[in-house]
Design a protein around this ligand. Structure first.
Ligand SMILES: [Zn+2]
Length: 308
């Protein structure tokens, strides 16, 4: 079954390897895995940990676009409307905006013009706009961050709240007049990590018509070693479905097999070629074929069409 994976740090991988002299990284390291896993849409994040400059941010987005163009026979840079039925849809996203120190409107305009359609103000860091999960819990969205949210609303750039601390989450929830996404977060009730969402947060996202992307990072599935499986990720799907309804679920696996220095993914969800294991797990958990299609493709496809 075809899958849209809303979050993978592809931009970072492409720029890092490009700077080491590697060419066509999408072709050598990614496309075959996507095809094996029937992953036909990917939220390709340009990912920033908190100390990168605007030049680095622009270089990452540019290099990713160059590579998508190089593979235009099999890839399509998605901007709006319907997803491409034959090619792998590349949806450009930003994870973290630490490089915005002033005039967020100018930077966001540039990013939007490059094709960026989803963005989070922070990674885990605390920056000029907002506060990530590792920042001061009492600090939320800043005045500059409020300008960024207003401008993202204006541009119709989707706001991603996966990495924000709780204060920033609620500040953004209040400031945004459009739905928000958590592109790669699970239910905190089933795995107590601060990157997962509380029941209140899940309900708030749903209330505004937003989406939650199920993530296969091992600790976000379960803190118990050996229980980080596709089947236990499907339990997060069931929990969220029972809380707010199937229409708010999608996928943001956040595969890290190609990144060094990061914690890993679930046992049977290690990389994009394993993605169909999640379809099997959803089936075993009791989801119907049409519900699985909603989670894997239709919810995000409809949401993007409506929002963009
Ligand atoms: Zn992330």
């Amino acid at each position: 079954m075809k899958i849209f994976d809303c979050h993978a740090d592809i931009g970072m991988d492409v720029l890092d390897k490009h700077l080491k002299g590697q060419t066509n990284i999408l072709k050598t390291d990614h496309i075959e895995k996507w095809l094996t896993g029937d992953v036909r849409g990917v939220g390709m994040a340009s990912f920033f940990k908190g100390d990168e400059t605007l030049d680095t941010a622009k270089a990452m987005v540019r290099q990713l676009k160059i590579e998508i163009d190089q593979n235009s026979d099999r890839m399509h840079c998605y901007l709006n409307g319907d997803l491409h039925q034959e090619k792998i849809n590349a949806l450009l996203t930003l994870e973290g905006m630490c490089y915005i120190k002033e005039e967020p409107e100018v930077v966001l305009d540039w990013m939007f013009a490059q094709g960026i359609r989803i963005g989070s103000l922070t990674w885990n860091d605390e920056n000029a706009l907002a506060t990530g999960v590792s920042g001061n819990p009492l600090r939320g969205l800043t005045d500059l961050g409020k300008r960024a949210i207003a401008h993202m609303n204006h541009l119709k750039m989707i706001i991603d709240v996966s990495h924000t601390n709780e204060k920033s989450f609620w500040d953004i929830f209040e400031a945004s007049n459009r739905p928000v996404m958590a592109t790669h977060s699970n239910a905190r009730a089933l795995s107590q990590v601060d990157r997962n969402l509380t029941d209140q947060q899940i309900k708030a996202i749903a209330l505004k018509g937003g989406l939650i992307g199920l993530v296969s990072a091992k600790r976000f599935i379960s803190l118990i070693e050996g229980e980080n499986t596709a089947l236990n990720l499907a339990k997060h799907a069931l929990y969220i479905k029972n809380l707010v309804g199937i229409q708010h679920l999608c996928i943001g696996f956040d595969y890290m097999d190609f990144l060094s220095g990061f914690h890993k993914n679930g046992i049977d969800l290690d990389n994009a070629s394993d993605s169909q294991n999640f379809v099997i797990a959803l089936k075993e958990t009791g989801f119907s074929q049409s519900e699985i299609q909603q989670i894997c493709w239709e919810n995000i496809s409809t949401f993007l069409k409506q929002q963009l």
